[in-house]
Write a protein that binds this ligand. Structure first.
Ligand SMILES: Cc1cc2nc3c(=O)[nH]c(=O)nc-3n(C[C@H](O)[C@H](O)[C@H](O)COP(=O)(O)O)c2cc1C
Length: 197
């Protein structure tokens, strides 16, 4: 599949068939994540592959309703998808000086949060590779990360960033609209909308 076709054809999938994801397909997706770029090649991503029905149920619980919150609209996807990937990041690597006098300090005004960026790159690689194999995914960011960390025994120096159901789609959702390029691209200064293409 061409890269632009994968980018434009991918949709958030929230309904899944029970069909399993083969180990071969899964290893292609993990390889796609592996080749993402990262801050200083620090590769802070840590991915948990969840297939156990009971664990998936507990992840869905961390996505609302039991804690009085409205349930995340992808909670059922986490319950029914054959695989759920939980995207985590080792803290203290991305965006940080790793040697010299400023070792351990943040390198930019974004502080220690560049791990969010690196993890997103890896997970989007995985998502596009999944789409190219006919598999569906959805990025899920709204959940109680402390609860997820407890379910999966994630240590304190690793942040749980996202939950991603994975499987063969049982739906073909409408394309969500995107703003025109002219609305978010500026030339030679913020707010300069003059098109140069
Ligand atoms: C960082 C991030 C967090 C998201 N969190 C959730 C979520 O908690 N629950 C959910 O159902 N969808 C979530 N989504 C999916 C978006 O709603 C979806 O990608 C967006 O509406 C665009 O639709 P599309 O992916 O089909 O193009 C999230 C997407 C991103 C990128």
């Amino acid at each position: 599949m061409e890269v632009m076709d994968a980018i434009k054809g991918r949709r958030a999938i929230r309904r899944y068939l029970p069909d399993p994801v083969s180990p071969e397909a899964l290893s292609i997706l993990l390889e796609a994540a592996r080749w993402a770029p990262s801050w200083g090649n620090s590769q802070c991503w840590r991915l948990l592959v969840v297939r156990d029905r009971g664990v998936k149920g507990r992840l869905a619980e961390a996505m609302g309703s039991t804690a009085g919150r409205r349930e995340n609209r992808s909670a059922q996807a986490v319950r029914e998808a054959p695989v759920v990937i939980v995207g985590c990041a080792q803290l203290g690597l991305s965006g940080m000086f790793r040697g010299g006098q400023r070792k351990g300090q943040a390198a930019t005004d974004k502080g220690p949060y560049w791990y969010m960026f690196d993890l997103a790159l890896a997970m989007q690689n995985l998502t596009l590779a999944a789409h190219s194999l006919g598999l569906g995914t959805v990025h899920v960011g709204m959940f109680d990360s402390a609860q997820v960390a407890q379910v999966l025994n994630v240590p304190d120096d690793v942040s749980v960033v996202e939950i991603m159901p994975l499987g063969y789609p049982a739906e073909n959702p409408e394309t969500r609209p995107r703003q025109p390029v002219a609305e978010f691209v500026f030339y030679d200064g913020y707010g300069e909308p003059r098109s140069q293409l």
